[in-house]
Design a protein around this ligand. Structure first.
Ligand code: PEP
Ligand code: MN
Length: 347
């Protein structure tokens, strides 16, 4: 249910409504809008009728049901776009655009530093790199784990770029949260509900990638797991889904962007590297993603893709990435967006 407060409702009245929501066994999620506060009352659907009684409480204008199953993620609850802060960056702000770039995996200190310097020089504002890797084969490179996280720390210290890196399992979460600015939940883990709840208990920004066989509603329900634990900092990522097509690794579902923009207030970014699996397609699909209205991109860039330990075929080299970033400029201008300049973490 949404409890809509009157525009002139006092802090005290809002607090009182929150207490009453708690007493009825629901969680209050107040959202301060420009004009008024609305309070999401979230919990077991079965007892929701009793919330209707709040309509008579002082300061309350109306009590309205949320029809969608993804309550906190829905635009019914929150009309304004969510803006997720990462250091000085604002992800989801309508006129801004973020680019997360870097290798699929952290492979060595030299590799991640070279990648970090080149993506920063080309205009990227967040460094990506996996230290814990979800691989189809147990015999493939699994990532440098803790050592990889320390190399990411060094790269952040030397370039000022914030770090996004994947959390494979809840057992590694505390360690990764010490090093990462954004926690990535990979496609294969989109419905690992224990992991979603665990990152939901932190307040770190979470990049939630769409499962390769998941619908957009399922993606939003997974976001809801994180939000319902009290972490509002969720960024959604379209990274391609499995279809019968074999010329691309996945089918990048760009219609996901406008659909999600209609359904949710959360920011949406696009990953054309995993979405296509083919380096030569990444710049074109990045332009198309900008035109579709996304808030940012995640791109794989490797100093020497031919030697990459994972996903070399879809990774751009520094030169290609620099050219792509330049080619994106007119498309960003058409969308009235501009790239955040690379910002120092926590500065
Ligand atoms: C990745 O970002 O390197 C990755 C493994 O992505 P996904 O979970 O989308 O496959
Ligand atoms: Mn990858």
């Amino acid at each position: 249910m949404i409890v809509v407060m009157k525009p002139n409702a006092t802090e005290k009245q809002i607090e009182l409504v929150c207490t009453q929501i708690r007493e009825m066994g629901f969680q209050p999620h107040p959202i301060q809008g420009v004009e008024r506060t609305v309070i999401g009352a979230i919990g077991d659907e079965r007892g929701r009728e009793q919330l209707q009684g709040l309509a008579l409480v002082e300061g309350v204008e109306a009590v309205i049901p949320i029809t969608k199953p993804y309550k906190l993620a829905s635009r019914e609850l929150r009309k304004e776009r969510s803006v997720i802060k990462v250091g000085n960056l604002e992800i989801g702000a309508p006129q801004q655009f973020v680019v997360m770039a870097g290798p699929c995996s952290v492979e060595s200190e030299e590799q991640i530093l070279e990648a970090a310097r080149c993506v920063k020089a080309a205009g990227a504002n967040i460094l990506r790199g996996g230290a814990f890797k979800p691989r189809t084969s147990p015999y493939s490179f699994q990532g440098l784990e803790k050592k990889g996280l320390e190399m990411l720390d060094t790269a952040r210290r030397k370039t000022g770029l914030p770090i996004v890196t994947e959390v494979l399992g809840a057992e590694d979460l505390d360690l990764i949260a010490e090093h990462a600015d954004i926690l990535q939940i990979g496609a294969r883990n989109m419905q690992n509900f224990q992991l979603l709840k665990a990152v939901g208990r932190t307040r770190k920004p979470v990049l939630l990638k769409r499962g390769m066989m998941s619908t957009l509603i399922e993606l939003l329900m997974s976001a809801e797991y994180i939000l319902s634990q009290g972490n509002p900092n969720v960024i959604l990522c379209e990274r391609g889904i499995r279809t019968f097509e074999t010329q691309t690794r996945n089918t990048l579902d760009l219609s996901a962007v406008p659909v999600l923009k209609q359904l949710t207030h959360l920011p949406v970014i696009v990953d054309p590297a995993h979405g296509t699996g083919v380096r030569s397609l990444v710049p074109t699909m990045s332009k198309a993603a900008v035109a579709a209205g996304c808030d940012g991109l995640m791109v794989e860039v490797h100093p020497h893709p031919e030697h990459a330990l994972s996903d070399g075929a879809q990774s751009l080299n520094p030169d290609e990435f620099t050219k792509m970033m330049q080619a994106l400029q007119p498309y960003l201008a058409l969308e009235r967006r501009s790239l955040h300049s690379a910002a120092a973490v926590g500065a």
